[in-house]
Design a protein around this ligand. Structure first.
Ligand code: MG
Ligand code: MG
Length: 263
């Protein structure tokens, strides 16, 4: 069942989404070679709590941390820990914050120093596909139009579109209906209506689309060990159009200040 949100609820969702945006900016202020994923987790959790929110992921079905940090062949749901980031890594940092009864949930893939050209291209194509998907979230369209736009954009480069995980409705629960796949057919799936709030999150692999879960019970990795990219925004449909509730502006401003690459 899809819970459509009122204007007031959308404002609360925006507040939670922007706490995540600020937390990702804190991550951006320290990320780089020599930093551990546990350090990223700590700074994000502090930011969330300083903003009167709680980390959505910590304790969610037993997940042990504030962030999902997924490095290189890890697609999503990586657990922060002792891993030390090194030059050439790519890392998806996914963060959730809960405040006033509503969740924010968004993610960015960071480059650590100089990454390979093919990885840079994967990142830019994945980010582009996110915005192309968002553009389709308009009144009169259907959920399949979003996935079609994402898939259609990235497949021209031969990338694998992850099918086992999807975007989702967002609200009082982290994962609500509808499921928002990154593949699909035009005109298929649930109708997009005013008040719909969803997290759109393309997970795109440099190689094959297949993934599997590691023995830790969480980390999803590519079957062929090639790198993966992941970007996520929270959007609401208002007056027939998609409004992006989250923003990459804060984190990209931090990266720019520090002379770090922007994905
Ligand atoms: Mg999500
Ligand atoms: Mg997420």
């Amino acid at each position: 069942m899809i819970y459509l949100k009122t204007a007031e609820e959308i404002e609360l969702l925006r507040e939670s989404a922007l706490i995540v945006s600020k937390s990702l900016a804190q991550v951006a202020s320290i990320i780089g070679p020599g930093v551990t994923t546990a350090q990223l987790d700590k700074i994000a959790e502090e930011c969330i709590r300083d903003n009167g929110a709680t980390p959505t992921f910590k304790g969610y079905q037993g997940f042990p941390a504030t962030l999902c940090t997924s490095v290189n062949e890890q697609v999503v749901h990586g657990i922060p820990g002792k891993y030390v980031l090194k030059e050439g890594d790519v890392i998806s940092v996914d963060c959730g914050a809960y405040k006033n009864g509503f969740h924010g949930d968004h993610a960015y893939s960071f480059q650590i120093g100089e990454v390979k050209h093919e990885v840079k291209k994967l990142l830019s194509a994945t980010k582009e596909s996110l915005y192309l998907g968002i553009k389709q979230a308009t009144l009169g369209n259907r959920i399949g139009d979003i996935g079609f736009a994402v898939q259609n954009h990235v497949q021209q480069f031969g990338y694998g579109v992850v099918r086992d995980l999807t975007g989702h409705g967002l609200g009082r629960d982290l994962h609500e209906d509808p499921s928002v796949p990154n593949y699909g057919k035009r005109g298929r799936g649930a109708k997009i209506q005013n008040g719909l709030v969803i997290a759109i999150e393309p997970m795109i692999n440099l190689g094959v689309k297949d993934v599997y879960q590691k023995d830790d019970g969480w980390t999803i990795v590519t079957y062929d060990g090639k790198p993966s990219a992941h970007f996520e925004h929270d959007i609401a449909v208002v007056d027939g159009k998609a409004v992006i509730l989250s923003t990459f502006d804060y984190l990209e401003e931090e990266l720019r200040k520090r002379g770090c690459p922007i994905s």
